[in-house]
Write a protein that binds this ligand. Structure first.
Ligand code: FAD
Length: 421
């Protein structure tokens, strides 16, 4: 059906978002505030509490502000100002001081993912036109010219749910992506390197501040490469380190105390810290063939993956969500036809290919694939960090470069207000 809408007439758009992770909840919040009816379906029983994302770069912070949650995020989290690269013995190589961005609105913000999810969920619960349905696992999909639908497994049986558009925000193993492109079709690569993410609260030996550690510290070493960053106001730290590929979970857990003893400043034994969580992850660089197929859209991890060093994973996902929100809001308002969704797919894929993928790969290789003693002479990025120490304008420019991830789809709204639904 083709409808030509006057710019003043709102279409009563209905959208299903699959996945109540941070990307799905944020999209649902933005769309519901726009007056669009939203159902969020999630196969799990509750919000995910895995220790994954913690840091959100300026373009993601911009979207959190647009959704009206940034004040809450900042109240529970904090602005992470300093980041640096070091040798294993703690010797400082180079770094960036986010203080040069003080006074600008979108500074790098830190808050563990589960807390971000809770804030988004709390705000979404206030929207009368949005509902989150837990234990609703999507198993397959279909679409016609007029509608899209998913088959959903629930505790009371299987049902079919339909909407004008369905957005897959269902994470790395996205059923929406697999149903659209095939179970194994997610082009890219998996790193040989194994990473282990831990959350630890420090006591006697484990006081990073005592060793002059910054908010985020990347340690360059061929074997003991790792990252240590403060992730809460009250002293919880994330340590993410590289491990030998091919170890079982049990072997990783057994090796952790010795690993910490070798890599952490002060060389603490297990009685020197509280290990709140430990999780091994395989890391990937992958991008779906398209982020739009008819009435189905993909966003965030469902569409693309990258390694976590540098915090570009969810940051890129949140920027997708902000863009997709503008596209769907444009259709809802009759200011855009649905070809804007092809533009969404093209632009967001291009941003992944030209920024997220190459920069995150460099961020990881920088840690294990060079000699820490000569890194400052050979690594162009570290040379640039060094320059920021004396060139404040350059420091600002370098740290705001990540804003190139943004793209404002409102510039692609058509003047006629034609809407194809
Ligand atoms: C160790 C680590 C550290 C990281 N640190 C950072 C960081 O600092 N900054 C950053 O930007 N990124 C970081 N990332 C990446 C970030 O965590 C992910 O990009 C982000 O969590 C993805 O969010 P999402 O909403 O797309 O997916 P998810 O958080 O994976 O949510 C997907 C949701 O979909 C649901 N679901 C799945 N399948 C179905 C189905 N069939 N039916 C219904 N529901 C379904 C799941 O239950 C889940 O709730 C890190 C990742 C790791 C592993």
């Amino acid at each position: 059906m083709i409808l030509f809408c006057n710019t003043n007439i709102n279409r009563l758009l209905q959208v299903i978002v699959v996945g109540a992770g941070p990307a799905g909840l944020l999209l649902a919040l933005l769309l519901s505030k726009k007056g669009i009816s939203i159902q969020v379906l999630d196969g799990a029983e509750k919000l995910d509490s895995q220790p994954r994302a913690t840091h959100y770069a300026p373009p993601a912070v911009y979207e959190l502000a647009r959704a009206g949650v940034l004040d809450d995020v900042r109240a529970e989290g904090f602005i992470a100002r300093t980041v640096c690269w070091r040798k294993l013995d703690g010797e400082y190589i180079a770094g960036l001081d986010g203080g040069v961005l003080d006074g600008t609105p979108d500074q790098l913000t830190c808050l563990p993912l589960d807390k971000l999810g809770s804030i988004l969920y709390k705000h979404l619960e206030l929207q009368h036109n949005a509902e989150v349905l837990w234990q609703h696992k999507v198993t397959s999909l279909g679409q016609s010219q007029d509608k899209a639908w998913v088959e959903v497994e629930t505790p009371t049986g299987t049902k079919k749910m339909e909407a004008d558009y369905i957005v897959g925000c269902d994470g790395a193993n996205s059923q929406i992506r697999r149903s659209l492109f095939g179970d194994t079709n997610f082009p890219g690569k998996t790193w040989d390197e194994q990473i282990v993410a831990t959350n630890s609260s420090g006591q006697t030996y484990y006081d990073f501040g005592k060793y002059g550690y910054k908010d985020a510290n990347f340690i360059i070493h061929p074997e003991h490469w790792h990252m240590a960053s403060r992730i809460t106001q009250d002293g919880l730290w994330r340590v993410t380190y590289g491990e030998i590929p091919g170890l079982s979970r049990e072997e990783i857990l057994a090796r952790q105390p010795e690993k910490f003893k070798q890599i952490l400043p002060g060389h603490p034994g297990p009685d020197g810290y509280n290990l709140a969580s430990i999780n091994p992850y395989k890391v990937h660089q992958r991008l779906a063939e398209k982020m739009r197929v008819g009435r189905f859209l993909l966003a965030a991890d469902a569409a693309h993956l990258c390694n976590p060093f540098g915090g570009l994973g969810l940051t890129g996902g949140i920027v997708d969500v902000g863009g997709l929100y503008d596209c769907l809001a444009g259709i809802h308002d009759g200011k855009a036809d649905d070809s804007i969704l092809d533009k969404y797919s093209d632009v967001r894929r291009e941003k992944y290919q030209t920024m997220v993928d190459p920069i995150s790969c460099e961020n990881l290789r920088r840690l294990f694939d060079q000699n820490p003693d000569t890194a400052l002479e050979t690594d162009e990025f570290l040379k640039m960090c060094k320059r920021t120490e004396t060139d404040l304008e350059f420091a600002k420019e370098m740290q705001l470069g990540v804003n190139n991830l943004k793209y404002d789809f409102r510039q692609d709204y058509s003047k006629t207000g034609a809407s194809v639904l």
